[in-house]
Ligand binder design. Sequence first.
Ligand SMILES: [Zn+2]
Length: 355
Amino acid sequence: MWQVISLPAFQEFWRPADLFVADFLSYASDLHKQNLPDAALQAAAARPPGKLGQAATPTVQDYLVQFARCSELRAIRAGFRRAIYSYRTYISYPEQPLLNVTPVTHALVHEAAKYFYGKLTETKGFRETYLGLKGVGETGREYRKRFGELHRTCPYCDQEFVAKVSNTQIDHFLPKSQHPLLAIHWANLVVACVSCNAGVKLTTHLGHSGTAVENLPIFHPFYDQPADHIRCCFNQSVTRFWIRSTAGPGSLTATKVHNWSRVFGIEKQYEAHLPTLRLLARTLRDQTKQAYRRVRASGGTPDLESIYGEMLHLEERKQIEQRRFETGTKLTLDFIAFLRERKHQDLDFIRSDLM
Ligand SMILES: [Zn+2]
């Protein structure tokens, strides 16, 4: 819900993975151009130069052979460049496919990408050579830990903590099944709570029958500030809750708000907090009454409206300071805005109590 800042830290962690893919495709292209007979191709694939050679497992070597034989290798390389350099534009306007190849080639790239992400990134060679991490380890876990230290709440729901590694997963913002070239690209790797990641996955599966995934724009937590466009709304008795877009109906932003709410089940999740919000409203009114009585007891002439305004302001400040580190801050901030709007009604209520 709150835009993820500290992006350089995440870039630094994963960016060398792009270098690996670039090295891999570049060497496959060298081999492709040499048009070697089978035995010579396999021998050359087993000895890639430089860093690639240190990180290449037998499986990577096998993929080098398959990519070198692929007649659409140029299109794969072009797709990779587009995927990396146009990522930000693409997430807003995902009309053109990033990888323009036949289904057979797409399947090959997907298989390789799945291996790179799921297995290779955890190997000693890759970790030491490309990521600069020590020994065999848990790369995904280390990334999730680093993410949670800098942004403790789930960037999708603002409802769950991602500071605890076991509650988290890495979500491929653009699904790797459709965008395999982005499987280990840093900007596409968003740490989310388990249920939000499952929500995205479910939508992805639903979208497989058609092009729904391509047509499902949502905010990207690295580049958008969803909280600016989402408004949590309440009925007067705070027994109902719904989400509204701050932008006009039919706009891309309104569509993103709608999708965001639907994919992550925000309305349902937040509805559960209505009793807590009603309690907060009561607490703020009680604190106002106490402050009013204190001033009056000390001989002053308290101004009820400004005391209540100050209570709302203090709570708002607290929530703003805690955002990204405490959950539910967006919901609470919008609730305070709601209380401010119906201030006079609440003041009448407080006044009648003070009589
Ligand atoms: Zn979440």
